[in-house]
Structures are given as C-alpha cells and as structure tokens.
Ligand binder design. Structure first.
Ligand SMILES: C[S@@+](CC[C@H](N)C(=O)[O-])C[C@H]1O[C@@H](n2cnc3c(N)ncnc32)[C@H](O)[C@@H]1O
Length: 241
C-alpha cells in the first residue's frame, strides 16, 4: 500500500513572495501565511490540469475554504486576472475574502446556492471540490455545476477516497457513492459505441476526458466530435484491418 504524506502548515509570518514563476509546489512549501491542507501528491496534479488556465480571466470556484490559505495559493498561481470564488458552510470563512477572492457561505449540496454563485459570478471555468467529501454532496455539486460550465472547462474533485467510506455516505461499490457515479460517467462517455444499449447523456456528450488518479477525479469538458475512422493506404496493397 502506498503511503501518503498529509501536510499541514500552521506557521505564522508574512505572505510568500509573489514570484510569478513559483510553482504551486514551491508556493505550498514556502507558505508562511494562512494554512493550506493538501495531500502532497495533489500539487503536481494541480499543475498538470490547471496550467492551461494560468494568466487567463477565469472564474475559479473552490468548494471548501478551510483556513483560507488555499484560495491565496490559487490566486497567486492563476494570476491577477483570475476571479476566485471560495465557498464554505462556516460563517467565519468570510474573513478570507479580499479584492480577488470572494467568499460565499452556503451548502454545496444545495442547488439553489450553486445557482446563486452562477448568477453572481458566471459559470466557473474551473471547479475544485474540496468541501464536505460526502458522496451525495459531491454528486449534487457535480451534476448541478458541470453542465453549466463552458466548453473546455475543468471540474476536479479531490479526496475521493472518502467515497469508499460509509461514514461519508459512501462505501465500496455502494450505490450512491461518488465513485460509482464516476464509473457511470465512463460508460456515458462511450454511450455512442454501445450500439444503442446506453442512451447518450448530456454529461457523456459534453465530456472530452475523465481522468482518475489516487484520490482525485478530473472531468475535462469539450465534446469529442471527430469520430471519423481514418485509413490512408499509402503502401500499395495495404489492407484496412
Ligand atoms: C478539507 S477542508 C478545505 C481545505 C481547503 N480547501 C484547503 O485546501 O486548505 C473542507 C472544508 O469544507 C467545508 N464544508 C464542509 N461541508 C460543506 C458543505 N456542505 N458545503 C460547503 N463547504 C463545506 C468545511 O467547513 C471545510 O472548511
């Protein structure tokens, strides 16, 4: 079994230098400001999936403020033109807002709250779900927000290991667990190929890729439109197999 290093930062001191070339990894380990709580192997995955959004005027929605350090890290990472929206059920998280980070208090399991965020800030370009980690919440937020996000958007859910835990309203191969919903989306992505057995779904049609890592699932939006099977017989007598 692989061991994971859980890292917490609870050091006081000034904010890290705003070095535009500092990676998330460097920022995280140098952070002396508000605490950030991440599993160490998430940092390179953020870099891998979030990199195309750096320097753009995106809306980044993080579900789960924690101690407020995470939104500061992503503010630094995405740059000054990104709008960050950080949501939590705890009122005290309001103090984590600033000129670039808007904090809103509400329940990620409440579609009306999710809609209020879309109304106020527009559909997010990137979502990071690090909230309650309860399977019904993860599913509800995903099913509400994902279809409303623009083409080429990215939806990342972390700590999906909680989907295997009954005390987080999940369980191994248990109906209603988040990872069971993820497995369904894999079939939905391939509905076109099931010869009519599985009707195409909105989520299947709007998804370019689904990436599963230890504890992280990423949905990449963007329809896969080119299904033409190409064969170029550039060698005489070549057979199309
Ligand atoms: C793991 S912490 C977030 C850590 C933070 N993202 C970080 O990286 O430092 C989870 C957060 O989700 C919040 N939370 C719990 N249930 C929630 C819900 N139903 N809706 C929104 N936020 C919730 C908790 O209050 C807590 O701050």
């Amino acid at each position: 079994m692989r061991s994971l290093v859980m890292v917490r930062h609870f050091r006081a001191g000034p904010a890290p230098r705003q070095d535009r070339h500092m990676s998330l990894n460097q920022y995280f380990w140098a952070n002396k400001d508000r605490p950030i709580r991440k599993w160490a192997h998430y940092l390179p995955l953020y870099e891998r999936y979030f990199r195309p959004f750096v320097g753009r005027s995106i809306v980044f929605l993080e579900i789960g403020c924690g101690n407020g350090g995470s939104s500061q890290m992503f503010k630094h990472y995405f740059g000054p033109t990104a709008k960050l929206v950080s949501v939590d059920i705890r009122e005290e998280c309001k103090s984590f807002g600033d000129e670039q980070v808007s904090v809103r208090i509400g329940d990620q399991g409440d579609p009306a709250f999710m809609q209020s965020l879309v109304d106020e800030f527009g559909a997010p370009d990137v979502v990071l779900d690090d909230g309650s980690h309860l399977s019904p919440h993860m599913i509800r937020s995903f099913e509400y927000l994902y279809p409303r996000m623009p083409r080429d958007a990215l939806y990342m859910v972390e700590d999906v290991h909680a989907s295997y835990w009954t005390d987080f309203q999940g369980g191994l191969r248990t109906p209603g667990a988040f990872m069971e919903r993820v497995k369904e989306t894999l079939d939905e992505l391939h509905a076109h190929w099931t010869r009519g057995e599985l009707p195409e779904t909105e989520i299947g049609r709007m998804t370019r890729g689904i990436h599963v890592h230890d504890s992280i699932v990423v949905f990449e939006k963007g329809a896969f439109v080119n299904r033409s099977d190409q064969f170029i017989p550039n060698v005489e007598g070549a057979t199309r197999w």
